[in-house]
Write a protein that binds this ligand. Structure first.
Ligand code: ZN
Ligand code: ZN
Length: 403
């Protein structure tokens, strides 16, 4: 047994694959299965274990991927968004650097115990965080042509996968993750694998649409191949995805910085959108979660004003948010703002370029995107499907209950 962040994990007896499908709102599976687009998934839901779990808030990619691999909430691992505001220096700092991760991963512990581990991510931004402290294979499909043994624990991924290097904005970026995972497993090079895709498709295509179904059919084929090789598979998601539009199809945005400047005076508060990252094409940097830094004396007025707006789900003080969402209090703002299902939060209208949005906005970040699938291809005895399962229970179920 391994002890990681206060939870115990058994060593796997069978090859084990944990899959994080980025932005996999459960309805994507429901629609694809019902439409006959995921025959493997249909069988797996019937004979395996099918749970709805909750992801962590903010329902963003990095906090949730790190929760899944540490088995713990952001209050433990420290990664609560893509950005951190350093109030001392007045600068926004990216939280991609592994130095911000303050808890060990289950993968690192498994590798330490002699298991051969492999991490494959779509975007390179997650690679170093997920692979922190882990001996083994770790690479992204984005930079698959630049791997080397010293940095990635593997050489010639392009020769392994035999597919062209995908564009960073494409469904192929995720397909490459699955193709590489299947190829590695076929070569017998991993005992435990963590596969993490990108939500490019989910930002653009609603559940049940041809674009979405094609993606899920692709995924179904690779999952079926892993299953055939005898792998225990646990599938979950980092967060869900919802349409964030007004009736005319334009984004339903509350520009929080503009509002705060109006209520308190220009520059008195600072709005941070932790979704912001260098890949903004899918979402125009708009999500349903924001944090605000401001002076103590402005706190209650700002909270009351924000709460009065249509489209706001919750506004919490730093301490309330840290408690409610298990966040590291010192890495979030004085206020945490969560918008409703169809509404997103922006800073200033002038700072968001929405011209890159090719289709009506779909995004995430809020409590409304907390529902995610948690599926295993093994039946588990005595499951309480009404327990409040979390996506970061995936490794525990896969290693302790499904072998
Ligand atoms: Zn994501
Ligand atoms: Zn996203």
């Amino acid at each position: 047994m391994l002890d990681v962040n206060g939870r115990r994990y058994a060593l796997p007896k069978q090859p084990t694959v944990v899959v994080c499908v980025d932005g996999c709102e459960p309805d994507y599976l429901a629609q694809a299965v019902a439409g006959g687009h995921m025959p493997w998934m249909k069988r797996t839901l019937a004979k395996g274990t099918a749970l709805i779990a909750e992801c962590v808030v903010p329902s963003f990619t990095n906090p949730n991927n790190l929760s899944i691999v540490t088995g713990a909430p952001p209050s433990v691992h420290g990664i609560c968004g893509n950005y951190l505001y350093d109030a001392e220096t007045g600068t926004e700092v990216m939280m991609n650097d592994p130095k911000w991760l303050r808890a060990p991963t289950i993968l690192a512990a498994l590798a330490e115990a002699g298991k051969r581990c492999a991490v494959i991510t779509a975007k390179d931004k997650l690679r170093k965080l997920l692979g922190k402290g882990m001996r083994g294979i770790c690479f992204s499909s984005e930079k698959a042509d630049a791997v080397n043994l010293a940095e990635n624990g593997i050489a010639d991924v392009m020769g392994l996968v035999k597919r062209p290097l995908p564009d960073v904005y494409s469904a192929e970026l995720s397909e490459f993750v699955f193709a590489a995972g299947v190829a590695l497993m076929r070569r017998g090079q991993a005992d435990v694998m963590y596969l993490s895709t990108t939500d490019y498709i989910q930002h653009k295509h609603a559940p049940g649409t041809p674009g979405a179904n094609a993606f899920y059919t692709m995924m179904d084929n690779y999952l079926g191949a892993l299953d055939e090789m005898g792998c225990v598979i646990a599938l979950t998601a980092d967060h869900g995805m919802n349409a964030k539009t007004k009736m005319d199809g334009s984004p339903d945005v509350i520009y929080l910085q503009d509002r705060l400047d109006g209520w308190l005076g220009a520059g008195k508060a600072r709005t941070i959108l932790p979704i912001t990252d260098p890949y903004v094409v899918h979402h125009g940097a708009l999500g349903s979660f924001a944090t605000v830094y401001l002076a103590e004396e402005d706190l209650s007025q700002a909270m009351a004003c924000i709460a009065s707006l249509h489209g706001i789900e919750r506004v919490l003080s730093r301490e309330e948010a840290a408690r409610a969402y298990e966040l590291p209090a010192e890495r979030i703002g004085d206020l945490v703002v969560v918008s409703e299902r169809s509404t997103v939060l922006g800073t200033s209208a002038a700072r968001h370029d929405l011209t890159a949005l090719e289709v009506p906005l779909r995004s995430h970040g809020g409590v409304s995107e907390q529902r995610v699938p948690l599926i295993l291809n093994r039946a588990i005895n005595d499951m309480d499907e009404f327990r409040r399962w979390r996506n970061f229970d995936a490794f525990e179920l896969a290693l302790n209950r499904a072998q």
